[in-house]
Design a protein around this ligand. Structure first.
Ligand SMILES: Cc1ncc(COP(=O)(O)O)c(C=O)c1O
Length: 458
């Protein structure tokens, strides 16, 4: 125990060092990938080193890693660092349960079930089910697998060799294409439907594409609609898409990996009208909900679907004691991390109300950022904000160059994306600690960069 005590003290010191360093330099100095291993002394030793040396190396590594917890991190759809969630994650690691059987995971299974039930209620699946997965891409994969097996009931047993199509918008996540390749559906059989000016899938073009395919003898497998697209944060029109899916008998999946949790926020609910018509829903807790990666859930409206598509008999594992409750039977994995505990932990502290307030505040910050852009001719909005991302340009400057300079000079970490052949800076606002002053500071950094560029070009 005394050894452990020392380890926990050292862990606490390291976390404190991490936070202190972030408050001094919110963006780490970029490190050259060619020299990272030698500079940080990462080689695996032949003979184990002493604990102090190990902690020294770990600290150097941590302090050289880009920080997603800093308030100048706008680069990804996740950000921040929540204590309750990290404590939940740490205890999950210490317990090291595998989430396949009640026997091994005990009440952790109940935690999963409670969360799945709550998320189903939020989405509007009265009697739904769900499974935790290692990310939104995999949740989408499971949904596509179910749709494929429904399309061809022989696929699971005998293999899949019928041509069928998947529909998603041109701004849908790339995992849809990747998964089509994995599942034998074929990437070329993914139809990418054009979007309107706000990045929402055009339902009229979707119907046209389906009709055209059917005319050519190709049957549809699944329509993927997105709740919060990766770049623009747009919401596809679920009511219209749901009607089309029903009319043609197609599986209707909603990829809510990014925007799904905004269902908890009253002011966003109108964007979700019709979502309850869907058959499955991808929900990531590791993006907006502040849970450390990874934590994703695939929700399915009709109970029994997951078992039908994923169950395999394994006498050494499922031994008849608690078959009703064995989560491994409806999972794509065998050994599985306990990703539910960290979500349960943060939810205990925040509650549904806290989440609603958090999202409302973040939406306010996006409005604030949009205000800064509108009031300064140096900036121009590329696409009106739809939720928690804001895509803009610095007039007369290359977006990629601005992002690179912001990082090189350790001012901010922000990415860029393509919209209608324009490269826009994508500001993502998901860190609940973020305040207006952080957003104002970010735009100040860009102004400083442009001044420097002007001086350089003289
Ligand atoms: C809309 C959407 N779907 C799916 C994903 C994939 O999620 P994950 O990174 O958890 O696999 C993302 C990731 O950014 C996303 O934006």
């Amino acid at each position: 125990m005394s050894n452990h005590e020392n380890s926990w003290t050292r862990l606490k010191e390291l976390l404190t060092d991490l936070e202190e360093s972030e408050s001094v330099a919110p963006v780490r100095k970029p490190i050259d990938s060619q020299h990272a291993a030698s500079r940080l002394d990462l080689a695996l030793p032949e003979k184990g080193i002493d604990f102090d040396s190990f902690m020294g190396k770990l600290k150097n590594l941590a302090l050289a890693t880009p920080s997603s917890a800093s308030k100048q991190f706008f680069n990804q759809l996740f950000a921040g660092r929540d204590s309750a969630a990290i404590i939940g994650e740490t205890i999950a690691a210490a317990l090291n349960s595998s989430m396949y059987t009640w026997r091994i995971a005990g009440p952790q299974v109940i935690i999963e079930r409670l969360l799945i039930r709550e998320l189903n209620n939020i989405v509007g699946y009265g009697n739904g089910e769900g499974t935790f997965s290692p990310g939104g891409s995999i949740s989408n994969l499971i949904a596509m697998l179910i749709a494929r097996n429904r399309f061809d009931p022989n696929a699971r047993a005998k293999g899949f060799n019928i041509t069928g199509t998947i529909y998603t918008s041109v701004e849908g996540h790339y995992s849809i294409r990747k998964n089509a390749g994995i599942l034998g559906i074929g990437r070329n059989n993914v139809r990418e439907i054009h979007v309107d000016d706000h990045g929402r899938m055009r339902a009229d073009l979707l119907e046209e594409a389906i009709t055209e395919d059917k005319k050519n003898g190709i049957e549809p497998i699944l329509i993927n609609a997105t709740a919060g697209t990766t770049v623009r944060g747009a919401f596809d029109p679920f009511t219209e898409i749901g009607l089309i899916a029903r009319r043609h008998g197609i599986w209707f999946h909603v990829d809510g990996a990014f925007g799904g949790p905004l269902l908890m926020c009253e002011q966003m609910r109108r964007r979700f009208i019709g979502v309850e018509q869907s058959d499955s829903f991808t929900w990531d807790a590791h993006k907006l909900m502040g849970v450390p990666l990874t934590c994703s859930v695939l929700l399915v409206k009709e109970k029994g679907t997951l078992l039908h598509n994923l169950y395999e008999q394994a006498g050494y594992l499922y031994q008849g004691d608690e078959d009703e409750i064995e989560p491994g039977m409806t999972s794509i994995q065998c050994g599985r991390r306990n990703d539910a505990l960290k979500l349960w932990s943060i939810w205990q502290v925040r509650g549904r109300v806290g989440y609603a307030e958090q999202f409302s505040k973040l939406l306010g910050l996006i409005r604030y950022a949009a205000g800064i852009i509108r009031n300064d001719p140096l900036f121009s909005i590329v696409s009106e904000p739809q939720s928690l991302t804001l895509c803009f340009e610095v007039v007369g400057y290359c977006s990629r160059t601005i992002c690179t300079k912001l990082e090189e000079q350790q001012r901010a970490l922000v990415g860029f994306g393509n919209i209608d052949n324009r490269v826009a800076i994508r500001l993502v606002c998901v860190n609940p600690e973020m305040e207006e002053e952080d957003i104002a500071f970010f735009f100040e950094q860009i102004r400083a960069i442009t001044k420097e560029c002007n001086l350089e070009s003289r």
